[in-house]
Design a protein around this ligand. Structure first.
Ligand SMILES: NC(=O)c1ccc[n+]([C@@H]2O[C@H](COP(=O)([O-])OP(=O)(O)OC[C@H]3O[C@@H](n4cnc5c(N)ncnc54)[C@H](OP(=O)(O)O)[C@@H]3O)[C@@H](O)[C@H]2O)c1
Length: 230
């Protein structure tokens, strides 16, 4: 789908890490970062996360705490909350049914396992997970996302991580816009998660270039927006 924008939002420590050694929520960024996260959700047709992030951060994936943003969407003839997409190998997990029970858009699961009868509010889309890092361009995740966007008439899918999912989206060239928050922490760890996945993975086959279109310093953090330029 030529017109589909896939954007990605990440908070990174000053040494480029996306998470600490703690398995819990990654809320190490400021309240300004949290407000920006909500602002970035608002224009999207759908929000996308990996199941591990949904679990770790106990996400609701909605705009419930910003009724002004939800109302502004409705004036643009959009539903008050974006749809919610989760990449998972375990579509029958209780936390996914919990997500669907929270306020927010309909939940779409992308999974190698198709639930025969998903709970109310959940659609399950089967994706072939046989992909090789040797050919990331052929990642079926890209095809599944573009097919879903086409079927739903979505122009914009906004991803909030985590690193495993972000790596796949970046490796197959699907991401057109990056929103980064560089925080005032150092986490360390040679194998820690970064924006492009766990540190033990090899570099991409080809590097990509990005143009900085926004750069703001607020609450001791740097907020960047980058557009893909090749
Ligand atoms: N700094 C930030 O801005 C930021 C943003 C987001 C997340 N995080 C942090 O990142 C960590 C989680 O990231 P992560 O990289 O571990 O995971 P992730 O990218 O959030 O999720 C990856 C998920 O993909 C699913 N998956 C993996 N391989 C698959 C396949 N072949 N087919 C279908 N589904 C597949 C798995 O689901 P199942 O679990 O169901 O198998 C897995 O949970 C957390 O600590 C979170 O707090 C930080």
């Amino acid at each position: 789908m030529a017109g589909l924008l896939v954007s990605l939002n990440f908070a990174l420590s000053a040494d480029g890490k996306a998470a600490t050694r703690e398995p819990g929520p990654s809320g190490f960024a400021s309240s300004a970062d949290h407000q920006r996260l909500l602002d970035l959700r608002a224009p999207a047709d759908a929000l996308l996360v990996g199941h591990a992030t949904l679990r770790a951060d106990s996400m609701s994936m909605n705009l419930a705490s910003r009724p002004d943003l939800a109302a502004a969407r409705e004036t643009r003839r959009k539903p008050p909350h974006p749809a919610r997409i989760v990449l998972t190998r375990h579509p029958d997990s209780a936390d996914l049914a919990d997500l669907a029970a929270k306020p927010g858009g309909p939940v779409h699961l992308l999974s190698p396992v198709k639930l025969p009868s998903p709970p109310a509010g959940i659609s399950c889309h089967r994706i072939d997970t046989t992909r090789a890092d040797a050919d990331p361009q052929a990642d079926p995740l890209a095809g599944a996302l573009t097919a879903l966007a086409t079927a739903k008439k979505w122009d914009h899918i906004h991803c909030e991580g985590g690193p495993t999912l972000a790596r796949r989206l970046l490796a197959c060239g699907l991401v057109g816009r990056l929103h980064l928050t560089i925080t005032h922490h150092l986490f360390g760890g040679g194998t820690s998660h970064t924006l492009t996945g766990p540190g033990w993975l090899p570099p991409f086959q080809a590097s990509s270039r990005w143009t900085t279109t926004e750069r703001v310093i607020r609450e001791n953090e740097i907020f960047l927006t980058l557009q893909r330029s090749n």
